[in-house]
Write a new protein. Structure first.
Length: 118
C-alpha cells in the first residue's frame, strides 16, 4: 500500500494525517474518504482546477497527465512544472510517500520514495 502523509493545514487537516491508499484510487478520493476536504468544484470530473496540487518530488513516478488535464492546468493559479489535479493523480502500487503541503488556495504535494518495512 502507498502511504499518504497530509502535513498540517490550518483549515483542512489541523493535526496532519497518515493515510493508506489503495492502487487505483485518486489522491482526491483518499483525502475525501478520510475527512480531508480538498476543494473539488467539478465533482472530480476534470473540469476545473480547484483540486490543483504541486508534486515536489516523485513526479516522474506518476502516469503522465492527459491533454484535458494539461489544458485545465494552464488556467490554474500558481502553476508549476510539477502541477497536477488531485482528481487525476492515480495511486499506483509503487511505494511512494506523499506529503501534502498547503498554501492559502491550494494543497501542495511532495512525494518521496519510501522503502516498505514489510
Amino acid at each position: 500500500m502507498t502511504q499518504i502523509i497530509f502535513l498540517p493545514h490550518e483549515e483542512l487537516c489541523p493535526d496532519g494525517a497518515v493515510l493508506e491508499a489503495e492502487k487505483g484510487e485518486t489522491v482526491l478520493d483518499v483525502a475525501l474518504k478520510n475527512g480531508i476536504g480538498i476543494e473539488h468544484a467539478c465533482e472530480k470530473v476534470c473540469a476545473c482546477t480547484t483540486c490543483h496540487v504541486i508534486i515536489r518530488e516523485g513526479f516522474d513516478a506518476l502516469a503522465e497527465s492527459d491533454e484535458l488535464e494539461d489544458d485545465l492546468l494552464d488556467k490554474a493559479w500558481g502553476l508549476e512544472p510539477e502541477s497536477r489535479l488531485s482528481c487525476q493523480v492515480i495511486v499506483t502500487d509503487e511505494d511512494l510517500l506523499w506529503k501534502f503541503l498547503s498554501t492559502p488556495s491550494t494543497m501542495r504535494v511532495k512525494t518521496t520514495k519510501h522503502k516498505s518495512t514489510k
